[in-house]
Write a protein that binds this ligand. Sequence first.
Ligand code: PRT
Ligand code: ZN
Length: 289
Amino acid sequence: MEEKRLRIAIQKSGRLSEKSLEIIRNCGIDFNTDSRVLKEKASNFPLEFLFVRDDDIPTYVYDDVADIGIVGRNELDESGCELDVVRDLGFASCRLSIAVPADFSYEGLKSLEGKRIATSYPRILSGILDRNGVKADLVVVSGSVEITPAVGIADCICDLVSTGTTLKMNGLKEVDQIYFTSAVMICRRDFAEDAEKKALLDRLLLRMDTVSNAKKKKYVLFNLPSDRIEQAARIVGGMKSPTVTPLLDRDWVSVQSVVSEDRFWSVFEDLKALGAEGILVMPIEKMSE
Ligand code: PRT
Ligand code: ZN
């Protein structure tokens, strides 16, 4: 019998493609990316890729064409498919915003009452308008949303924004950020019923988590007068207590520890103030807690 494979749907070509593949590659999974044929198998992990348009990913997962997928949360929510988010991957983050021409006076969602709003995200937008008791006329377009006010088919727009350059170039002003999104990994709600597939996903997630944990930490190595170890241990914290190695000069020790990226500079400054010398900081490639 053929070995079971986990089928992952990935955007064929677009903002999510490269980073999605990089996450898989960083898990030590090898595959051929030259051809980008519709289907591709990894050579050293039971994983099969399905390269498709991002809009289709939630449906493919829902319909069991793929087991898991990587897609923007916006596409998941817009699809209306009831699926589980297994990981928020944090990349391709952007927001869905209301943007208006210069002569539109905006004072909150209420200002949209009775207006024509062009968007590619009618489900998400109408959900938000409904919850705020606003009735507007949605003009659904699949692309170039930002030109619709200038051509007279909408009064304002609701579109994805990251830097805001596109809006500015089209003479529009971002007035309200109403929804935030980033890339997520999704699976079917009943996915765990297939124990073999579930075990494959767990293996993949363990590798992904090991890599992403490592990215958030730094390996720190420094020399310290031996009578200050206790204070240093308090400063660095770490997975357990720091590793302390005696040096030839008995008055000094070498200390090794793992420090979170977000605390790194304050730890560094406190260690310097404590008298640490020769502080070495190294990236960590993989880490399991
Ligand atoms: O062909 P396919 O259907 O697969 O791709 P697509 O064209 O529908 O999607 P793609 O590749 O453009 O985007 C995929 C996902 O990336 C989106 O669903 C979002 O989750 C996410 N993302 C992140 C963005 C942006 N940032 C973004 N800036 N999607 C679109 N944009 C648009 C924005 O609307 C504007 O028109 O990019 C333009 C530039 O943005 P500014 O604000 O930087 O000027
Ligand atoms: Zn798309």
